[in-house]
Design a protein around this ligand. Sequence first.
Ligand code: GRF
Length: 189
Amino acid sequence: TPIAILISGRGSNMNALIEACARPDYPARIALVLSNNPDAPGLETARAAGLEAIAIDHRLFPKDRDGHEEAIDKALLDAGVEVICLAGYMRVLTPYLVGRWQGRMLNIHPSLLPAYPGLDTHARALAAGDAEHGCTVHLVTDGVDEGPVLAQARVKVHEGDTEQSLAHRVLEQEHQLYPAALAAFLDRR
Ligand code: GRF
């Protein structure tokens, strides 16, 4: 299945998906990497891996979110994309794009949803004194971080954990979870 990976930053989850897609038995191939941020370090990583990687800068569409997303949609369709993986894509998508890709757009979020949608998930889990934290792969719907859960991975919160140490441990799980959850989703499809 041809997929797109949407990023805004470093793209470590994208890397995990690139590695998975390099396995001959993996059910996805990456047709396009797309970023809203032309300076995303992940774009260079993707190109170095021989992938088509483009930026569609949201700042070129001031006060025109739909225009930005129409441009994204066109690039996705031109590349023959069938499934989208958001991987650290830091802009909230409008109902326009979400609706066009309903049921075919996945996201990874660094918490055990429905706990802690939004930002600063690790700090919030620590502040709450949670014994467990983790990450979730889910389908994207209009509500931010609200769609049906496809898979989760858990980590124990350690005494003395900082936001950074906890984020690091969760990120290791994200890199395992996303390729596995995508493969399971595609196999069911
Ligand atoms: C990850 O923690 C992801 O769950 C969140 O943003 C971060 C992106 O990291 N949505 P990376 O760009 O994949 O390294």
